[in-house]
Design a protein around this ligand. Structure first.
Ligand SMILES: [Fe+2]
Length: 490
């Protein structure tokens, strides 16, 4: 792939009208509450949406941070909102709904926080100083991701409770119990369509802590415990790696003393400490037997998102992830920092080769670009893939992730889509029907266009990164996290 210089796409029809709109140059709008729920049957389309693109893009993310009693502390703590873009014969409809689980229902009723979030707690006068790890006030504010299990669609966050919703209307159905008691599951899972299983990792927090690795039958919801790995001071984790043979747990040295979590009176994430002297540890566990196949230590790094992993021919395990040098990104994503447009650390695509039988980990940067919210062509999961799509940071005055990046991790090259003053979200790859080549299809990304005070949905050719279509949304969509394309939801 030939690297291309970041360029703005060709001006699309309607650009003149856009420039006369109210100017807002920062990304603050992406962290501004959206309280209006709408349904639009046919959004204005610039360009041409491929006629083969049939189905729905479901998106999830926080959308309301400002309570009557003040704002929550962190981007992650906003109340979850679901969005659905439905595609049919080149037309696109849109709707959005607040996810009304226990947390959002109480927040709408009382105007204040009633449940414990990632970096925000209810006020202490109503909550008490000492927390319980079994406290029922853990949130069900599923603002991070979406999963499907036992025929149910569930919005999830790092909480034992998810919230089931109707994938067509986006109406909330009710609380869905994901894990028992104080077990905190990660908001990223892996689906192995060949076995019909969902693989997950969760942290058991208590006097004795452990990581629990699970496989759940997707159709029935029946869970199998693969392994329980004891740990004294659990590391914060957001995702993990899966190969055909192994579940690979990455422990980055952002760790918590469970007693501190219990007694400090501070919100969840404020109890974690950066302890780089421990390095980053990877533990590979056999998916079938639950036996630990190996443990490796690499230099300290921090990570939210794994990209892909596979078993190499020489018996080594290859893990790719978006790595930060330290955990300062967690604070950089605090709400006030983001509304102020404070500096934000960059992450890079890193590949860790874990040699068979142990030995030194080989670490390399696979592409010269910053990269977050990574997605691949899922048909190449657990295989030596070539392409990764993500969002990157590059502009001199960018106050948030301001470009879409395609990385060729085999050639070490990148291609970008960038338009000044526009902020794209997680790019979701959708394969062209009948195509088999990796990357044959489009990527979909929600754009925040502050100059318009609104958002749009961008359709890009996945390999050339050229704009195919842009679909106008009549209001802004706050910065979200994850979602997916569902072919069966036309
Ligand atoms: Fe995530």
């Amino acid at each position: 792939m030939v690297p291309s210089t970041p360029t703005a796409t060709t001006a699309a029809p309607g650009r003149a009208e856009r420039s006369s709109a109210a100017q807002r140059s920062s990304s603050e709008l992406g962290f501004t509450d959206q309280r209006t729920e709408i349904t639009v049957e046919a959004l204005p389309v610039e360009g041409e949406v491929p006629s083969w693109l049939t189905g729905s893009l479901l998106r999830n993310g926080p959308a309301q941070w400002d309570l009557q009693t003040g704002s929550v502390n962190h981007w992650f703590d906003g109340m979850a909102m679901l969005h659905r873009f439905a595609f049919s014969e080149g037309k696109v409809s849109y709707r959005n709904k607040l996810l009304r689980g226990k947390a959002a229902t109480a927040y709408e009723r009382d105007g204040k926080l009633s449940y414990r979030e990632f970096a925000s707690d209810p006020c202490k006068s109503t909550f008490g100083r000492v927390m319980s790890l079994f406290d029922p006030s853990l949130t069900d504010n599923g603002a991070v991701n979406i999963t499907q299990v036992a025929g149910k669609w569930v919005a999830i966050t790092e909480s034992p409770m998810g919230v089931e919703f109707d994938p067509r209307t986006l109406e909330t159905i009710g609380v869905y119990q994901r894990a028992k008691g104080s077990r905190v599951p990660l908001a990223h899972e892996h689906v192995d369509r060949a076995t019909g299983e969902i693989y997950g990792v969760r942290t058991l927090l208590g006097r004795k802590c452990a990581y629990e690795l699970t496989a759940t039958e997707r159709t029935t919801g029946v869970e199998r415990l693969i392994a329980r790995i004891p740990v004294k001071h659990p590391a914060y984790q957001h995702s993990f790696a899966l190969t055909e043979r192994f579940v690979v747990v990455g422990e980055h040295p952002f760790v918590v003393d469970p007693l501190r979590l219990l007694l400090s009176g501070k919100p969840f994430i404020e109890n974690f400490r950066w302890e780089p002297q421990h390095g980053t540890t990877f533990t590979a566990v056999d998916r079938r037997t639950g036996e630990v196949a190996g443990t490796w230590t690499a230099p300290a790094s921090f990570c939210f998102h794994h990209v892909n992993a596979f078993d190499d021919e020489d018996g080594s395990v290859v893990v790719e992830l978006c790595a930060f040098d330290d955990a300062s990104i967690v604070h950089a994503l605090a709400l006030q920092e983001r509304r102020d447009g404070a500096a934000i650390p960059e992450s890079t695509l890193r590949r860790y080769r874990l040699p068979r039988g142990g030995g030194d980990v080989v670490v390399e940067t696979t592409a010269p670009a910053s990269m977050e919210l990574p997605r691949i062509d899922d048909r190449f999961a657990r295989a030596p893939h070539r392409f990764v799509w993500g969002v990157g940071l590059g502009g001199e005055d960018a106050s948030f992730l301001d470009r879409l990046v395609l990385a060729d991790v085999q050639q070490g090259e990148v291609r970008e889509w960038h338009e000044p003053g526009v902020y794209p979200g997680e790019p979701v790859f959708v394969p062209r029907p009948g195509g088999t080549e990796e990357g044959d299809g489009v990527v979909l990304s929600v754009l925040l266009e502050p100059a318009l005070g609104a958002s749009s949905l961008l359709v890009l050719d996945a390999i050339s990164m050229q704009e195919v279509a842009r679909v106008r949304v009549p209001q802004h969509i706050p910065f979200g996290f994850h979602g997916g394309f569902v072919k069966s939801l036309a």
